[in-house]
Design a protein around this ligand. Structure first.
Ligand code: ZN
Length: 127
């Protein structure tokens, strides 16, 4: 697995099919297909560009002239939850297809306890 994406990751290197956008302060959210973003902005723009354009439409957009004057007013809390994470976003199965989960079987709890290895002999006082 390559480096997890961050805000500087260009679209072309973003590892997932869909870019998810969320906001801490407003109910807006979006799931945008990476291919659609690349077609619109070009595949070399950083992912922060997508976040910025999402913020622009927010009622708490910090990038408008009005907001600049109100330094301590509420700002849009838009973020991309999948940045700096090695985990792919949760997507409906129709979008991801079947995924092989690495080490999935070993991570599961065993159904039964493995039998303890018996080192002591029964009635082993004669050692
Ligand atoms: Zn917002």
């Amino acid at each position: 697995m390559s480096e997890p994406p961050d805000l500087g990751t260009p679209l072309v290197r973003y590892p997932w099919v869909v870019v998810r956008l969320r906001c801490h302060v407003c109910p807006r959210h979006a799931e945008v297909r990476l291919a659609a973003l690349a077609a619109r902005y070009g595949h070399r723009v950083p992912i922060s560009m997508v976040l910025h354009s999402f913020m622009v439409a927010c009622p708490w957009n910090p990038h408008t002239e009005l907001r600049k004057l109100q330094k301590y007013s509420m700002r849009c809390g838009a973020y991309i939850p999948d940045l700096n994470s090695g985990r792919p976003p949760d997507l409906p199965p129709s979008m991801t297809g079947l995924t092989l989960i690495e080490g999935g079987k070993d991570d599961m709890l065993p159904a039964e306890r493995a039998p303890l290895e018996r080192r002591r002999r029964i009635g082993g006082e004669d050692e």
